[in-house]
Design a protein around this ligand. Structure first.
Ligand SMILES: [Zn+2]
Length: 359
């Protein structure tokens, strides 16, 4: 007698932080998002080349993503959420113009902390005109929350950044903002202590890994450095990972999913000067279903994936759904990046995952 495998039907999940890249990487990545269950809102981060700094460029980028999505699936319901990057030289007028063209999110990167952040912010006072305009016109601002000062060491940069956010909150109390891809108990506590205007996104890799997985101290790492786990902000200590798991599994309404899906070609990752980013697009939903299931909190998975963020960003809840089947599969060791003469290594490469996204 064979028994039918378990299935779980989710409200179609949103992803409040993702990198689609540009050029051939964009062609390669869009189908993977759709095939991996990311078929509704996906926030398109603006750090492409040249970066998305204006409403017009955001509209171009959105159309470029949609064109590729429709080529893959003519009936696609994917909705790339537009962003512009806010830099020290972004005028308030540019923010207002972007908002009038449908851009909902401004993104602030700290100087030289992550991919393409050479135009990032060092002096946060210089973005006050843009933040003032954002507050006035209802643009929500996402912060990569790591302090740009070399005086604050890497693993303390996120905790150190809350001081910058405290000043911004005091100056712009009505500005709605998100602390992105948080990794630390300090950030969890800071976000919880704020009011309704502050949210946080959490990635799947930060719920599963610690710094030991990057540096090669965990047994799972086999004693070897694992560059494909390396990202910014880097995963922290076990207590920080526990804080992220606690807050997400508790159903706190201001914490929502943002994958920071960040593909890099293998030659850019497996090198001195390895690029930061985890390509978790394929593994994310299977891992999250497994985590919430094991913890007996499956009823809190839809809120985390598709309700808290939609409410925070002011959207209706998705009507679509995505189904996962309890059917083990092996994540490929690498995926050929068509036309780029290289491949990308996914999160959980070569590992067996318990749940599979139904096509
Ligand atoms: Zn990112």
């Amino acid at each position: 007698m064979t028994t039918e495998p378990r299935t779980i039907r989710l409200r179609a999940p949103d992803n409040w932080h993702a990198h689609f890249r540009d050029g051939p990487m964009l062609d390669f990545l869009v189908p993977v998002f759709l095939d991996s269950g990311w078929r509704r809102r996906i926030v398109a981060e603006p750090n492409i080349t040249p970066p998305v700094l204006t409403g017009d460029r955001a509209v171009w980028y959105r159309d470029a993503i949609l064109e590729r999505a429709r080529a893959h699936d003519p009936a696609t319901t994917v909705d790339p959420v537009m962003t512009i990057q806010i830099t020290e030289t972004t005028p308030g007028a540019t923010v207002r113009d972007a908002r009038s063209k449908g851009v909902g999110i401004g993104k602030v990167y700290p100087f030289m902390v992550t991919t393409h952040s050479g135009n990032g912010v060092q002096d946060y006072d210089k973005i006050y005109p843009a933040l003032e305009a954002a507050q006035d016109c209802g643009l929500i601002v996402q912060f990569h929350g790591e302090h740009p000062s070399d005086d604050i060491e890497g693993l303390n940069k996120e905790a150190g950044f809350t001081a910058i956010l405290d000043r911004i909150r005091a100056r712009f109390p009505k500005l709605k903002l998100t602390m992105e891809h948080i990794t630390s108990r300090a950030a969890v506590d800071w976000v919880k202590a704020q009011g309704d205007g502050v949210g946080a996104s959490v990635t799947v890799h930060h719920l599963f890994t610690t710094v030991d997985d990057v540096l090669g101290y965990s047994k799972a790492s086999g004693g070897l450095m694992r560059v494909h786990h390396g990202c910014k902000p880097q995963p922290k200590w076990r207590d920080d990972r526990a804080a992220l798991n606690e807050v997400v599994l508790s159903g706190h309404p201001r914490f929502f999913y943002g994958g920071d899906d960040a593909a890099h070609l293998r030659r850019r990752k497996e090198a001195e000067g390895s690029a930061c980013g985890v390509w978790n697009t394929m593994a994310a939903l299977p891992l999250l279903v497994d985590l919430f299931d094991r913890e007996g909190q499956l009823d809190r998975l839809d809120p985390f994936l598709s309700e808290h963020g939609a409410r925070f960003y002011g959207y209706d809840l998705n009507a679509e759904s995505v189904t996962l089947v309890e059917e083990p599969w092996v994540v490929p060791a690498e995926v050929e990046a068509t036309g780029m003469g290289d491949s990308v290594v996914p999160m959980c490469a070569g590992e067996t995952l318990k749940w599979r996204v139904r096509a």
